[in-house]
Design a protein around this ligand. Sequence first.
Ligand code: HEC
Ligand code: HEC
Ligand code: HEC
Ligand code: HEC
Ligand code: HEC
Ligand code: HEC
Length: 435
Amino acid sequence: MAQISEKTVLNMSRLPILMSRISRSFLTLAVFSIVALSSSFSAFSDTTATAASATANPALISQGEQLFKANCKSCHQIHKDAVGPALSGVTKRRKADWIYSWVHNSRKMIDAGDKTAVELYNKFNKAEMTSFPTLANADIDAILAYVESVPVPTEVVPPVPGQETTAPKGGGEYDTVILSLIIVVLILVLVAMIIFLTVIKRYLKEREGKLDAEDKELVDQKFDIKAFVQSKAFIGIVVAAFVIISVRACWISAQEVAVEQNYAPVQPIAFSHKLHAGDNKINCNYCHTGAYKGKQSNIPSLNICMNCHTYVKSGPKYGENEIKKLTDAYAAGKPVRWVRVHNLPDLAYFNHSQHTQVAGIECQKCHGPIEEMEVVKQYSNLTMGWCINCHRETAVNSKDNAYYDRLLKVHEESKKKGDMTAEEIGGLDCSKCHY
Ligand code: HEC
Ligand code: HEC
Ligand code: HEC
Ligand code: HEC
Ligand code: HEC
Ligand code: HEC
């Protein structure tokens, strides 16, 4: 009888031992997961830094964004004064009622002698704001929610209305929440495990003498955080994780050095390609006369502008203001100092006519939808990889080209493998693009 009970006790004691082993491996696993997750967390955080500032209801914000674009954007920017003042922070400057009645009918407030309204009106050179009597207060609230949700941009923001401000990307926010949740849960599990282990150990200690040697060793072995942190395996993994993350970060940022994609500098005159090349359908070649015949696609001189602006004295957006800059400069004989957008380094050779005239590539393929841009931005990244990829993929244009007719014939005879690409006429030779 005594023997039987002895045996059951021993068998019972195997269970805690087993559990203690399992918890131990789990503990190690949990520690590493937390380390790994925290590091990917830091990788995430730079994409989410901007998203975090959007706090209000996203549906309201997006409704506001549409209303803003449709009604206000032509005169207002979020963070910069345009025709009207920068709207960011307006909810702090003005009471809601004031804003409602201002937007509904600003003229009425000015005429009624509202002090703030009159001051504003004078400050903005007596420019008249359109009245929006039909906008509901809820619509105005939506616009304000949108306006206050846009974070201060870090990049150059073109001052011309109609250009999109860089809105925050929403995707990262969700990931961050999930990631933080997982980390919190893991930490809780970790704490629970440690408590559990201690309890089991204490229980096993009490039954000492009834354990075999191996189990005894396990029980006596202390789980020592210090020893664990100092262990080779732990240090090794932490160092490896650190190295991998830093190398990856360096690699990514190194690839962005001197790449100016989306660069859209502020120009001295608010010249709009959308208005000229888009709405008024002026051919690119009318202004960029070199684009089809030379290396450089030159920027037009004021003479070309004056072909029209001798007569066209006022524009839809800025009235006479911007065109006046142009006619004044012309009268003074001073060229306009346009800010260069695209700029390959001196070590690279690029020729427009070879691509537009010979290869028949459209401007938009490289420059994007210029005819929709209020402010020109650099659409492609202009890296060497960008040039090379296109040379690998693009068939040469052999139409009406006797030189290529002969070359193509030879090509077809030598290898029956489809289109002849720019690569095959030497488009990957270093010396073709480098001096
Ligand atoms: C035609 C140009 C124009 C349009 C369109 C326009 N605004 Fe204005 N807004 C102005 C000007 C100019 C001022 C500065 C006061 C003045 O000169 O009348 C101003 C001032 C304001 C102010 C006061 C800002 C402050 O700092 O107190 C608010 C608010 C405002 N506008 C909101 C809007 C909203 C909302 C819309 C779209 C529904 C809009 N505006 C559309 C030109 C415009
Ligand atoms: C009415 C004259 C005019 C027309 C038409 C025109 N442009 Fe321009 N373009 C300019 C001026 C002026 C600039 C310099 C100011 C600026 O960057 O906005 C410019 C700048 C550019 C730039 C940037 C140059 C740089 O600094 O790197 C590109 C690219 C460009 N134009 C492409 C086009 C294309 C493509 C078309 C046809 C769809 C076109 N343009 C039509 C006048 C014109
Ligand atoms: C082929 C004719 C033509 C040429 C060339 C031309 N423009 Fe214009 N421009 C127009 C027209 C048309 C308008 C719009 C007038 C309107 O809609 O009220 C305009 C409007 C403008 C505006 C006013 C925009 C606004 O919204 O208020 C500016 C600024 C301007 N052009 C600058 C230039 C510059 C700089 C050049 C030379 C690089 C140039 N334009 C060449 C026809 C031309
Ligand atoms: C194969 C790609 C490609 C095509 C097609 C192309 N461009 Fe460009 N464009 C470039 C590159 C690359 C630069 C920068 C050149 C430099 O910095 O030397 C550039 C620069 C420019 C500039 C600035 C002035 C200059 O020459 O540096 C203008 C303006 C321009 N392009 C207009 C045009 C127009 C207009 C067309 C269509 C007729 C066109 N481009 C077609 C790639 C292209
Ligand atoms: C959209 C596609 C495209 C892009 C982007 C592009 N190219 Fe090209 N490139 C071509 C094609 C197609 C040809 C062949 C033209 C021909 O038939 O001669 C060519 C030809 C050339 C040639 C002449 C090669 C030879 O053997 O005669 C040079 C040099 C060149 N490209 C330089 C560049 C540079 C530098 C860049 C990047 C800044 C670039 N290209 C970007 C399509 C492209
Ligand atoms: C189709 C055109 C083209 C060909 C072919 C080409 N390159 Fe380039 N390369 C470029 C352009 C454009 C840049 C500038 C890219 C930039 O500014 O990011 C560049 C940049 C470079 C750079 C970087 C220089 C610096 O200061 O960052 C090196 C190195 C280089 N090329 C070497 C070569 C070698 C070696 C070859 C032959 C195997 C070659 N390239 C063939 C277009 C070309």
